[in-house]
Write a protein that binds this ligand. Structure first.
Ligand SMILES: C[S@@+](CC[C@H](N)C(=O)[O-])C[C@H]1O[C@@H](n2cnc3c(N)ncnc32)[C@H](O)[C@@H]1O
Length: 279
């Protein structure tokens, strides 16, 4: 691929999604964008670039972005964050919010829904304690193409085999042919929306827990600072932020800080999260 075309596509991806594409990943462009070229009646990547140079084709730009961002996810991904949610974060929130009886959770970069649905299943398991409570789960992603799949809650055998305990599978899914359908009572707990993390999230309201896992790893440092600043704007003063196991706020922003002794959890700097409060 010509260097000018690589530059055009990598700049577009960076501006639109934050994704940083290194030169050694140019082969990924060929592999993932050829089907997009065909879909738009174009012969190859050079023609895609020609179109991008001459007119702003919104549908083409959206398809290119979706094809390039990584959306790998699984139920109860990495297990530990969800164990911690059930054993530590949720009990602490239940005591901290005893008066308002309201909890708001944001799955930021939710992909095909496994992350917010894992939280919803945990909340279902704890429903006795949450009887009079209002618990909102807002799940957002940049990719408009993936949200209908997330909303439908229909997964392949392969997808449910990854990370989902068999007990949960039997309890919350119904098999239909080779697909597994998530129970409507769990699906209805999650409100899916399109949202670009490069933009302000203030319209989504304040959250007690934000999960932004395995998203920042595709961005560069200034982009991560921008995204974390938008998250800090909407994280309640005693709220908890989850990042992926290879992600951190350290050296990226001074608005957020690690929660001591709890890897992967972060809080507002200069503040005390519900997790830290009464330990
Ligand atoms: C690797 S997946 C992680 C999914 C889930 N958080 C998890 O850890 O299982 C990353 C997701 O972030 C989304 N994403 C990438 N850039 C984004 C942006 N600028 N705004 C919102 N979502 C974005 C992708 O579409 C993808 O679904």
């Amino acid at each position: 691929m010509e260097i000018e075309n690589f530059k055009l596509l990598s700049t577009l991806l960076k501006q639109r999604s934050g994704l940083v594409l290194m030169k050694d990943k140019a082969y990924l462009l060929e592999a993932r964008l050829m089907p997009i070229a065909r879909k738009h009646g174009l012969a190859d990547l050079d023609q895609i670039c020609e179109v991008l140079r001459t007119r702003r084709e919104t549908a083409l730009i959206a398809d290119i972005t979706e094809a390039m961002v990584s959306n790998g996810t699984e139920f109860f991904g990495d297990k530990k964050p969800f164990d911690l949610f059930r054993s530590l974060v949720l009990p602490k929130l239940i005591s901290a919010r005893a008066e308002s009886k309201k909890i708001r959770i944001w799955s930021a970069g939710c992909s095909s829904g496994q992350e917010p649905y894992s939280l919803a299943m945990i909340l279902k398991e704890e429903q006795e304690q949450l009887r009079e409570w209002q618990v909102d789960i807002v799940a957002t992603d940049l990719s408009e193409g993936i949200l209908p799949k997330a909303k439908a809650g229909i997964y392949s055998q392969f997808e449910v085999q990854r990370g989902l305990p068999i007990r949960m599978l039997i309890k919350y899914f119904r098999q239909n042919g080779d697909k597994w359908h998530m129970d409507a009572s769990v699906r209805s707990m999650v409100d899916f929306k399109t949202h670009n993390l490069l933009e302000t999230a203030k319209h989504l309201g304040k959250f007690d827990v934000v999960l932004c896992r395995n998203v920042l790893m595709s961005f560069d440092q200034p982009t991560n600072e921008q995204v974390l600043s938008h998250i800090s704007d909407v994280l309640s003063q005693d709220g908890v932020l989850y990042l992926g196991s290879s992600e951190t706020v350290q050296g990226v922003t001074d608005r957020l800080t690690s929660i001591p002794d709890v890897p992967g959890l972060f809080q507002q700097a200069g503040s005390v999260s519900v997790v830290t409060a009464s330990r």
